[in-house]
Write a protein that binds this ligand. Sequence first.
Ligand code: CMC
Length: 378
Amino acid sequence: MVLKPGLEGVPVTQSSICDIDGIKGELRYRGYPIAELASKSSFLETAYLLIWGNLPSSQELRDFENAVQMHRRLSFRVRDMMKCFPATGHPMDALQSSAASLGLFYSRRAIDNPEYIYDAVVRLIAKIPTMVAAFQLIRKGQDPIQPRDDLPYSANFLYMLTEREPDPLAARVLDRCLILHAEHSLNASTFSARVTASTLTDPYAVIASAVGTLAGPLHGGANEDVIAMLETIGTPDKANNYLNNAIAQKSKIMGFGHREYKVKDPRASLLQEFAEDLFARFGKDEMYEVAKAVEQNAGPLLGPRGIYPNVDFYSGLVYRKLGIPRDLFTPIFAISRVAGWLAHWREQLSANRIFRPTQIYTGEKNRTWKALEERANN
Ligand code: CMC
């Protein structure tokens, strides 16, 4: 048996959802290039495409949007439960707990029933943003505000978060960010979702397990660390020195590197454009110059090893300009990735076999049990 740490290069499923060419730097959802979706589609339309396999007709899209709008509110019991969470807790932990709690409220586990599947999809896409916004207000000591039916998905999320109707450019940029983050084949959280799905448990447990996996700094959590790194560097002239020191100490440069891409992540290029659109309208972020200096100086140092900016490198600068606190960057990633996780949940169920890999045992064999008083160090 050959051990493959991190399962690098090991196919564990077939999938028709998302295709990555890490050498050309190309990403497609269901065959559509990501840049085209980000400029022409909406998050809900893209979610529909990912989950059901084809772009919706106008009637299907209207029905889906209406259903999501109808289910955006949280039960008062969920809100009350969230009020008991510690205000100092990380919003990803709050999200994981509240997403898992939906299984208590909608416990009928009928995963072979198309109606149950549609309802679960709608509920999760509708309620996850409300949960993220609710925790933000609750931890500030306020009551969560209700969704506004006249606002589309992303505008409503910004409204619930900031209590102000957002500028249309801000809402559109957030919607485009959600499109970019919606799916990325078998990354760690999606694999987690598929493993959980393969036990035939309920979709709320599937999403909660994926949220927990996304939270780590080697995965979705990197976008928070990028801003911390840029602030530590402080000014563009210090970027080269910082990089050289970090590389000499074998520290990772946050927002750089990817298992699949050996060139700049196409999503990073698009997010950089979105950041520039926001800066042109609302004023620059001084950390943008630092970020560009990091990218430029990292080119000769990391480029030859195929290490370039990934999706997390510029997303934090976009979210910061939208007025979003740093520890909500990863929850926003989760709001979007729910679409991909649900697509994989459905795909897993369509040809399910429980995940049960094997291991190479390296422990002791045939030890003889000793009574407590006979053991060394007693
Ligand atoms: N900075 C410096 N060196 C790096 C970096 C980096 N960001 N990424 C990889 N390397 C080096 C690493 O030190 C190792 O060198 P060596 O062979 O000399 O030991 C080599 O490249 C291979 O690295 P690895 O960690 O084994 O690669 P991986 O495919 O297992 O990990 C990764 C991919 C994304 C976890 C890694 O690049 C990383 O830790 N990046 C920083 C964290 C980050 O930005 N994560 C976001 C990932 S993209 C969005 C998402 O998935 O959520």
